[in-house]
Design a protein around this ligand. Structure first.
Ligand SMILES: Nc1ncnc2c1ncn2[C@@H]1O[C@H](COP(=O)(O)OP(=O)(O)OP(=O)(O)O)[C@@H](O)[C@H]1O
Ligand SMILES: [Mg+2]
Length: 334
């Protein structure tokens, strides 16, 4: 296979266009330099030449000026900055420019970023979703019928990387619910999603490839012992050294098979391509519920791909190269 000029679209930490009043975690989805270094070495291992194209705004400018360097194929890991279509910005521009791209298309990226729409779509494929309701204001939160009994969980409807989530996201009564909905709407400029609180163990399943897609080993995520929320989501809000991790239960064969089956079903229902990560949490009875699909999972070496590679005893670059090659095969470029 000839060496390909491989365009990379990304949003680097430190480059978020902050506005007055933005919450501290507004840029939490942006990537560290280490992610790009890993992707570049994976692409070189496949014999390709990575070309840093920058953010979706940089791509827009280069296309506008007719100054885009020659690119054979692209990989977008840019999350965009605002709105529920933001992960689709680069894929749409690439499509308009006639450049094939790895990963899911803009429609899947947008429908999955909106957790309410994603839940509705996977539910039609028989994947259990938690009772939920989208609330657009504190006033609605005061009067609307609730999706379940307290405790409830309140999160932004279209954010990732645990943006907007903190220990107070678990609410025990109507007054706390109203406060949390008001905070989400004001800070993140979107509706709040209110869900039944799932107290049980949490798992994440990475799915790769296409027709057939396959799941990589299921990973358990530790919970914060105090709140029962995923520790990764709340630890940045805990005082240093205060985190108390808890990993309830054991991942037996039957549960692992069920999570894999549900992840594959959700991946297919959402028409994901090449790679994605599905998150699940258990209720008090041990039943698994879909939380969300991440078709832009981080390639940061400290994230799931790094952990999965370590389990296999190889470098993250090697695993990521194998995953990217599945996308190239889909495009007829491998
Ligand atoms: N209904 C729920 N009940 C209990 N905990 C929940 C619920 N929904 C979300 N959480 C907790 O909040 C965390 C983040 O939620 P979710 O996965 O929906 O959002 P995200 O910000 O897109 O996630 P990520 O950090 O995986 O990118 C979950 O990992 C889980 O620990
Ligand atoms: Mg998640």
């Amino acid at each position: 296979m000839a060496s390909l000029a491989f365009g990379l679209l990304f949003d680097l930490l430190g480059s978020f266009p902050r506005r007055p009043g933005d919450p501290d975690d507004i840029d939490a989805e942006f990537e560290p330099e280490a992610t790009l270094v890993l992707l570049e070495s994976a692409l070189r291992a496949l014999g390709h030449e990575p070309v840093r194209l920058g953010s979706p705004f940089d791509l827009l400018a280069q296309l506008g000026k007719g100054e885009l360097p020659p690119i054979d194929v692209a990989l977008n890991v840019a999350e965009g900055t605002r709105g529920r279509d933001r992960e689709g910005w680069a894929p749409v521009l690439l499509q308009m420019a006639g450049i094939p791209a790895l990963g899911s298309d803009a429609l899947t990226l947008s429908a999955t970023l909106d957790k309410s729409w994603a839940a509705a779509l996977v539910a039609t494929a028989g994947v259990p979703v938690v009772p939920q309701r989208s609330l657009g204001s504190a006033g609605e939160a005061e009067t609307t019928a609730l999706p379940a009994c307290f405790p409830l969980f309140v999160k932004p409807r279209w954010e990732g990387t645990a943006k907007g989530i903190r220990p107070s996201s678990r609410v025990e009564d109507r007054a706390a619910l109203v406060r949390e909905v008001a905070r989400i709407v004001a800070d993140y400029d979107q509706p709040a999603l209110v869900e039944a609180f799932l107290p049980g163990a949490e798992y994440t399943v990475t799915v790769v490839g296409n027709a057939p897609a396959r799941a990589l080993p299921v990973l358990q995520r530790a919970l914060d012992a105090e709140s029962g929320i995923g520790l990764h989501a709340v630890e940045r809000h805990l005082p240093p050294g205060a985190a108390r991790p808890r990993t309830p239960g054991t991942l037996g064969g039957a549960l692992e098979r069920e999570l894999v089956e549900l992840a594959l079903r959700a991946y297919t229902a959402l028409e994901c391509r090449d790679f994605a990560r599905a998150d699940f949490k258990l209720d008090a009875q041990g039943r698994a519920y879909f939380l969300e699909m991440n078709p832009l999972p981080t390639f940061d070496p400290s994230g799931s791909f790094g952990i999965l590679a370590e389990l296999e005893g190889r470098a993250p670059e090697a695993l990521v190269a194998e995953v990217l090659a599945l996308g190239l095969a889909r495009l007829g470029l491998a």
